[in-house]
Ligand binder design. Structure first.
Ligand code: HEM
Length: 83
């Protein structure tokens, strides 16, 4: 995967050059904490006995590259988190 610091123009989520995002580190840390909490606090399963191999991982073209079909994952509480 190319790095996203601004030199690989195919992947610049925070922009590039003099106008690039000054909040990049805060953004990255915030996402890391959010994802870590989601994984830590819940167990995740696919719906209706669906197998991981049945997941459609294709994407569609656009300004971003969203999934072609929605990912449905069912959470069950694993811990009582303080958030
Ligand atoms: C995942 C989180 C974030 C993403 C993906 C993101 C992405 C971006 C992008 C694409 C730009 C435009 C860069 C350009 O014009 O080349 C931008 C600009 C900016 N971002 Fe962020 N950003 C994030 C979080 C933040 C945070 C947390 C802050 C502040 C606390 C912030 C403050 C700014 C500011 C002030 C600009 C304007 C910079 C300028 O044009 O002078 N961003 N951001």
């Amino acid at each position: 995967m190319p790095d996203f610091m601004g030199t690989n123009f195919e992947f610049i989520p925070f922009g590039a050059g003099r106008r690039s995002c000054p909040g990049m580190q805060l953004g990255l840390y915030s996402m890391e904490v959010a994802v870590a909490n989601i994984i830590h606090c819940f167990s995740w399963q696919l719906p209706d006995g669906m197998k991981p191999s049945e997941l459609d991982m294709s994407d569609v073209m656009g300004l971003t590259a969203p999934r072609a079909t929605r990912l449905i994952a069912v959470p069950t509480t694993r811990l009582i988190c303080p958030l």
